[in-house]
Design a protein around this ligand. Structure first.
Ligand SMILES: Nc1ncnc2c1ncn2[C@@H]1O[C@H](COP(=O)(O)OP(=O)(O)OP(=O)(O)O)[C@@H](O)[C@H]1O
Length: 358
């Protein structure tokens, strides 16, 4: 069992800083997802942990051992990590079963046992009927599934996955999601999983690291990221979040709520317990937190721009009267009859005062 610590890692490519003072402590047996916009350094971080790149400064520790630093680089094959990367190639001269069983062969597993474990792993990814095929005769998605099976069969104590489900169709994705969950429960391997799919990350991960511009913005449990984003980047990034300016923040009750002015209407929102009084701040909300109020006294005034039909509900696009430059939207049921040009009243059901200024 392995815990992984990244300590103050920086990595430059041709004078461009790609990882900037990244620290991350992944506990033994933890499932961690990495989310962030394209180019923020996710893959580079995984390649450093795998041993395919060397950092400019910092150290990587597996348990108490330093496995990588600018002076030291334990070779990838000595790290005992399973790797499923985008485009991580299968060996072209081996058939599917040989690819899956190769690590077991190297580890001295008998051929009967190897065959059993390889076919088991292939069945897990619905590829048992392709055991004799050459990788060249498989689709991209099928190759990805074989790469996964190869990783599962080797039963590593650390698994690094870079968008392992990206090439799969929606049904296979759902069943592979369950498979990852089961695999993790069974083996308690430490897993680091890059994905662009937030719902996948939320469903699978114990904790999620949100990255931006080569830095870790927040590393927290999924519900904490969603409900208590630390800064504006995380607030906007997670769950299509919106950031609204608020004024005259007053401490509320002891439970941590505060009272703020949102576009001319006073509302209670959540905040850190030690949140100070402020003249101005920002709150993070999600589209479902904004509701059509029943009367003008219950919300802030806004003008409806347009309505979009969304099947189960309508999406009402509007601009707050106090901030006409801001375009927002909320979901309303079909029985609320609103049209473009109407004045509506909008209340904020839930909001969170973003603690770190932009
Ligand atoms: N070998 C390399 N040489 C030069 N620049 C590189 C190299 N590898 C990555 N980069 C650059 O480093 C930055 C981070 O890349 P990385 O692949 O880690 O991002 P990412 O977050 O995984 O992106 P994506 O989500 O698109 O896969 C990018 O600007 C990329 O162009």
């Amino acid at each position: 069992m392995v815990s992984i610590a990244l300590k103050r890692i920086t990595k430059d490519f041709a004078k461009k800083r790609v990882l900037d003072d990244v620290s991350l402590q992944v506990e033994n047996g933890e499932f961690v997802a990495i989310l962030g916009p394209s180019g923020c350094g996710k893959t580079t971080m995984l390649r450093l942990i795998a041993g395919f790149e060397q950092m400019n400064s910092g150290t990587i520790h597996f348990n108490d051992e330093i496995i990588a630093s600018p002076e030291k680089n334990l070779p990838p094959e000595k790290r005992n990590v399973g790797i499923v990367f985008q485009n991580y190639a299968l060996w072209p001269h081996m058939n599917v079963e040989q690819n899956v069983g190769y690590a077991l062969k190297i580890a001295g597993v008998s051929s009967d046992e190897r065959r059993r474990r390889s076919l088991d792993a292939l069945a897990t990814v619905a590829m048992e009927n392709f055991a004799g095929r050459a990788p060249a005769d498989l689709s991209g998605g099928q190759r990805q599934r074989v790469a996964l099976a190869r990783c599962l069969a080797a039963n590593p104590s650390v698994m690094l996955l870079d968008e392992p489900l990206a090439n799969l169709d929606v049904h296979l994705r759902a069943s592979m999601e369950r498979e990852f969950s089961d695999f993790h429960r069974r083996t308690r391997a430490t897993m680091i999983y890059i994905t662009h799919d937030q719902s996948e990350a939320m469903a699978l991960a114990d904790r999620i690291a949100v990255m931006d511009g080569g830095r870790v913005m927040q590393f927290a449990r999924p519900h904490e990221l969603y409900r208590e984003p630390r800064n504006e980047m995380v607030a906007r990034f997670i769950g299509n979040g919106l950031v609204l300016p608020v004024a005259d923040l007053q401490r509320g009750r002891a439970d941590g709520t505060v009272n703020v002015d949102i576009f001319g209407h006073r509302s209670e929102v959540r905040a850190r317990k030690d949140q100070a009084r402020l003249a101005g701040a920002s709150i993070g909300v999600h589209p479902d937190d904004l509701k059509l109020a029943d009367s003008p006294a219950e919300g802030f005034a806004a003008e409806v721009e347009r309505i979009t039909y969304r099947g189960s509900h309508v999406q009402v696009h509007f601009r707050p009267r106090h901030a006409p430059d801001l375009s927002l939207s909320l979901h309303a049921s079909h029985d609320r009859r609103v049209s473009a040009g109407d004045t509506i009243s909008v209340c904020v059901g839930d909001g969170w005062v973003i603690p770190e200024a932009a």
